[in-house]
Design a protein around this ligand. Structure first.
Ligand code: SME
Length: 160
């Protein structure tokens, strides 16, 4: 297992995902510790794409609780149906939010965050955690991010 991430320069976003996702999958496939894997996924996505905030919230009883992340400190607990993260959990569906200020109930952990994608992770068809990625640019996420981040979260779900 390599501990260096190869990130192609002058590549499209899809090309970067194509290069980086197999490396992340290789990194997590041989490691049984969940928190180690969540920490490395957060770091790898932040390093490869320069996102403002990348991290996980884990389902614990009636709330999402902050897990490993990269970026500024964030709110610790989110209830089901609240904000973008709580909505992704409740609907068991990826949320792509081009302008967080236009999302009813968005939880502003940082005023620098402008757009956001939240992808659920499933175990036995239940949402057990969510990946949250925030950008300081408006409209920074599209179907390319959704496709590749859902693929990565499927791989993560298969390790649970
Ligand atoms: N904005 C999220 C809260 C989490 S932070 O962005 C890290 C939300 O509305 O659920």
């Amino acid at each position: 297992m390599s501990e260096n991430l190869f990130i192609p320069e002058a590549a499209t976003k899809a090309e970067k995902y194509e290069a980086v996702i197999p490396q992340i999958e290789a990194l997590i496939s041989g490691e049984p510790d969940l928190y180690a894997n969540l920490a490395n996924i957060s770091a790898a996505l932040k390093e490869a794409f320069g996102f403002f905030w990348v991290g996980f919230y884990l389902v614990k009883e009636t709330q999402l609780v902050l897990g490993p992340f990269q970026g500024p400190i964030a709110c610790t607990r989110i209830s089901i149906g609240k904000g973008v993260c709580g909505t992704a959990w409740q609907e068991a569906k990826t949320q792509v939010v081009p302008d967080v200020d236009a999302f009813p109930g968005h939880i502003a952990c940082s005023s620098a965050s402008k757009s956001e994608i939240v992808v659920p992770v499933f175990k036995d068809k239940q949402v057990v955690m969510i990946l949250d990625v925030d950008s300081d640019q408006l409209d920074d996420f599209d179907q390319t991010d959704q496709k590749y981040l859902e693929k990565l979260m499927d791989s993560l779900g298969n390790t649970l």
